[in-house]
Ligand binder design. Structure first.
Ligand code: UD1
Length: 422
């Protein structure tokens, strides 16, 4: 297994290109199952989660070809010959459940293993299943698999989510495009990835209104056709690299960055004393001279502060002036990075969903362990400003969501290398 070694090396400067969004790509790919015509995605990120989704779709009979060094994914589902998504693939990635709605909508039957994924809380899929039931699906849970049937096809219905779920909104949205009649999704997720999915489905001929608001209305159509769609910018990768100069000092331009994807996060960074400017190529982030101030952060569904940037933000606040309180409201058990940051000298108190961070003047390098995707990158960020060497183990988590992390950070002057574990 590989390790990443980061040595605090002072201020950063230069540019980092931001890739297409992992989470958008992982919902756009299963959309291929809705049509027998080709769907091509451009601006795709090169990540192991995308590989996993590729393997899953191929196991169902879809053709998936990676072109232009992985930045283009050409898919065709004209001949689906298997409707069983096996545990062996699904367990690797929770987003695998997103094949359920499309397969069921198109062919009236599907069997999908219950997923695994990051170890951040219980993360059930009950909302996905309830939404499909509201569209007439008959579901049975047997031996860890969801057996779904809709013999006469799915029918439009009203789905009212008790709380916001990104994945359940995506599954329901895809399924509803081919359901007979009108489906209304209430308390739907508003994330940019949902808007991106809706735009792609619209290009394929779907009738969707209200994406980006909490009520999405879908008028089912008989069939969807092919399309080509560019994946939206990865706002979590963007936010992660915005934190690099915020933590280490200096000035970095994030190419392709858009403030509207991350307004709540940008406001918190500015409150902490970091400068953000919009440029014609993206966003420029600078912290020169002064350190950062403590700020309080509460994670919320979009447009609130994203849970996927909570760990990275905590890395910044470890050396802020004062006491910061971070509240995690989306996932239980999402502070696994805290004990690792404490190994580097951070002062953090975790009680349930609240972490209180008392800033210290300087973190010190230490051997640390990545526990999930976002936690792993928070340790690398912390290492950028720590004194001495930080050695991050279990970096396979990182490969799920960050392409070329070493190259991107080296490009702005960080001292970072990937080595085989000794
Ligand atoms: C997606 C993102 C993930 C991000 C999360 C919240 C992808 C591939 N992943 O995950 O990176 O952290 O949104 O922004 O896009 N829940 C239920 N029942 C369900 C579904 C969810 O109880 O059926 C709960 C979850 O356990 C969690 C909350 O709802 O506490 C929100 O989860 P959800 O928005 O569904 O997250 P994902 O779609 O899994």
């Amino acid at each position: 297994m590989d390790q990443i070694i980061v040595t605090g090396n002072g201020a950063l400067s230069g540019q980092i290109p931001i890739a297409g969004a992992k989470n958008a790509c992982l919902t756009l790919m299963p959309a291929t199952l809705l049509s027998d015509e080709p769907l091509t995605l451009t601006n795709a990120p090169r990540l192991s989660d995308i590989q996993t989704m590729t393997t899953l779709l191929q196991s169902l009979g879809a053709e998936v070809t990676s072109l232009q060094d992985g930045q283009v994914i050409a898919m065709s589902s004209h001949d689906l010959n298997n409707h069983v998504a096996h545990y062996d693939i699904v367990r690797k990635m929770r987003a695998s459940i997103l094949v359920l709605g499309p397969m069921l909508a198109r062919d009236g039957h599907a069997v999908v293993s219950l997923p695994g994924g990051c170890a951040i809380g219980a993360r059930p899929v009950d909302l996905h299943l309830k939404a499909l039931e509201a569209m007439g699906a008959e579901l049975e849970l047997k031996e860890g698999y969801v057996h779904a049937k809709a013999p006469g096809g799915l029918k439009g219905g009203v789905v009212e989510f008790p709380f916001v779920s990104v994945g359940a909104t995506e599954n329901a949205l895809m399924a509803a495009t081919l359901a007979k009649g009108t489906t209304v999704l209430k308390n739907a997720a508003k994330e940019p990835e949902i808007i991106d999915l809706a735009h792609c489905l619209q290009k394929m001929g779907a009738q969707i209104d209200g994406e980006g608001t909490d009520t999405i209305t879908i008028q089912g159509v008989d069939r969807l056709h092919g399309a080509t769609h560019p994946v939206v910018t990865d706002r979590i990768e963007l936010g992660t690299y915005m934190l690099a100069p915020a933590i280490a000092g200096g000035e970095v331009e994030l190419l392709g960055g858009r403030r509207d994807l991350l307004e709540a996060f940008c406001q918190k960074l500015e409150e902490a004393g970091v400068q953000i400017t919009e440029t014609d190529k993206g966003l420029k982030v600078a912290r020169n001279g002064n350190g950062v101030r403590a700020v309080d952060v509460t994670t919320e569904p979009f447009p609130g502060f994203p849970t996927d940037l909570q760990a990275q933000m905590m890395a910044l606040l470890c050396t802020a002036d004062g006491v910061s309180v971070l509240e995690e409201t989306i996932f239980e058990n999402r502070f696994m990075h805290a004990p690792e940051l404490m190994r580097m000298g951070a002062k953090i108190d975790v009680h349930g969903g609240t972490a209180t961070v008392t800033g210290v003047p300087q973190l010190k390098g230490a051997p640390v362990m990545a526990t999930d995707l976002r936690a792993s990158v928070s340790l690398i960020l912390a290492g950028l400003a720590a004194e001495g060497q930080t050695v991050v183990s279990r970096v396979y988590h990182l490969d799920r969501g960050y392409e070329h992390v070493v190259r991107k950070l080296e490009g702005v002057g960080a001292k970072i290398e990937r080595v085989r574990e000794q």
